[in-house]
Design a protein around this ligand. Structure first.
Ligand SMILES: [Zn+2]
Length: 97
């Protein structure tokens, strides 16, 4: 039984580039159980918890975890380093052509 599609959650600070992942996917999976499977990326915008704003704030640079609103530095990254397979669709056995 093959796998039709895989959902991958990728944080913007995970170090993985979505374009590179999509480009490498067919090559990396060739000849494996994932050969021919579709790759669907779920991009997670990285965010810190800002104690100044008492809210989550988006960040784009791993070396500068600073609130873009008030400038408070925060080492409290709440998300953005994800690199997880979230789901996989198994082929039902029906031929889709
Ligand atoms: Zn702030």
């Amino acid at each position: 039984m093959g796998i039709e599609a895989v959902g991958l959650r990728v944080g913007t600070l995970s170090g993985a580039l979505p374009e590179a992942l999509l480009g490498a996917w067919p090559i990396a999976t060739a000849g494996s159980r994932l050969d021919g499977a579709r790759l669907e990326l779920e991009i997670v915008q990285a965010a810190i918890w800002c104690p100044g704003c008492v809210s989550e704030q988006p960040v784009d640079e791993f070396y500068a975890l600073i609130c873009p609103t008030c400038g408070t530095p925060s080492g409290n990254l709440v998300r953005g380093r994800e690199f997880q397979v979230r789901w996989a669709d198994l082929a039902t056995g029906d031929e889709h052509g």
